[in-house]
Every structure is written in C-alpha cells, then in structure tokens.
Write a protein that binds this ligand. Structure first.
Ligand SMILES: CC(C)(COP(=O)(O)OP(=O)(O)OC[C@H]1O[C@@H](n2cnc3c(N)ncnc32)[C@H](O)[C@@H]1OP(=O)(O)O)[C@@H](O)C(=O)NCCC(=O)NCCS
Length: 183
C-alpha cells in the first residue's frame, strides 16, 4: 500500500473525495456539457450516485487500484472538479480521466491538475505507462493531454456503454522513463 497524502500545485489541492462533496459532484459532473464528453458519467446524474461513487473511490484507493480525487482551489477550498488514475489489472499501466466544473473552465486548472497527478502516478505509484482517451471532437481535453505530456498515439473506436454508442477517440500516452510535461 503506498498511502496517499493530498497533492499540491500552485493553485490547487488534489485530495480524497468526501461525502460532503456529493452534492456538487452531482451538479457539476451531471452538467450535460461535462457528462457528454466522458464515457462514464451519467446524464441526468441520479440522486445517490455521487455518494456511492465517492465510497467506491475510497475502496479503490485502499487497494492501490486507483486514485480518484477531488480538485479543489487552495484559495477558497472550493471543489472545482475531479481527476483520477485507474490501474489496469494486466499490466503496470493506468488510465487518466478528469472533469472541471463549467464555471471554472478555461483557467488552466485541468492542465495543472493533470500534470500533478501524472507525476504522482509515475513517481509515487511507480506506474510504467499512463494513457488517456479524449473524444475526437473534445479539443480542450486533447490540448490538456498534450500540455500534460501525454503524446498523441492515434485514433481508436471506444464504446460508450452508458450512451449505447461507439465514438472516435484520440489516444494519448506517456511512459515513466520518457514523460516530460511541456513547460
Ligand atoms: C476538458 C476540460 C477538463 C478542460 O478543463 P480546463 O480547466 O478548462 O482546461 P485548461 O484551461 O487546462 O486547458 C484547456 C485548453 O484547451 C483549449 N481549449 C478550450 N476550448 C477549446 C476549443 N473549443 N477549441 C480549441 N481549444 C480549446 C484552451 O485554450 C486550453 O489550451 P491553451 O492553454 O493552449 O490555450 C473541461 O473542458 C471539461 O471538464 N470538459 C468536459 C469533461 C471532459 O471532457 N473530460 C475529459 C474527458 S477525456
């Protein structure tokens, strides 16, 4: 077990999600403009689902199987998003995912959070490869991944089970030895 201490960046803290975060998670993640760019966030977001998810994130962290964290602003402690790494069973790799609340878009928060969590993944969790998928039309997220040092690998078809559809996604990845976030 590697244990987990909150991760700091100049403006943000990445910390465990707490039951008190559930109401804001439901509102922010359930926003259509957020949910529809993700594979796993339901829209509409059902009552009770956020509390259940938060409980699952704790169980996952206790097994070192993944780290799904709240993104909060250090200045006012406001929750502005969530970010996570989820390990794959078969190899020492993990998938990165994130969302930022719509009112906080466009200020560089996703990039700042992604760089920090990727660093944690490589340096503390000792993961060999971190990858992420963004829908082909999700320009903002593809830009975040590039800036966080996950290089474009190519397009793939992904299954969006919640939406009963397939979509084209850009695959991005980096390995521990070669990762270098752009400045
Ligand atoms: C993707 C998302 C996390 C970005 O959060 P953010 O904090 O606004 O991102 P940042 O400010 O760090 O960076 C966004 C980058 O995309 C660019 N961008 C934003 N919207 C854009 C658009 N429509 N077209 C082109 N570029 C765009 C910004 O200019 C910025 O790049 P820059 O620094 O070179 O100018 C946020 O929009 C979101 O939560 N979207 C819905 C959920 C989602 O897509 N999650 C990721 C799934 S893979």
């Amino acid at each position: 077990l590697i244990g987990f201490e909150p991760l700091l960046t100049p403006r943000l803290i990445l910390r465990r999600l707490e039951p008190e975060d559930a109401a804001l998670v439901q509102v922010y993640a359930g926003d259509r403009r957020v949910a529809h760019f993700t594979a796993r966030i339901p829209h509409p977001y059902p009552d009770g689902a956020a509390a259940q998810w938060i409980g699952e994130t704790h169980a996952q962290m206790e097994r070192d199987a993944g780290w799904q964290l709240a993104i909060a602003r250090r200045a006012d402690e406001a929750l502005i998003g969530a970010i996570g790494l989820e390990r794959e069973e078969a190899r020492n790799a993990a998938e990165l995912g994130y969302w930022i609340a719509v009112p906080a878009w466009g200020r560089g928060y996703a990039t700042e959070a992604a760089r920090r969590l990727i660093r944690f993944g490589f340096e503390q969790a000792r993961i060999d490869e971190i990858h992420a998928h963004a829908l082909a039309e999700n320009t903002a997220s593809r830009r975040v991944l590039e800036k966080a040092g996950l290089a474009f690998q190519g397009f793939a078809t992904v299954t969006l089970e919640l939406r009963h559809t397939n979509a084209r996604a850009a695959c991005h990845a980096a390995t521990r030895g070669t990762w270098k976030p752009d400045a």
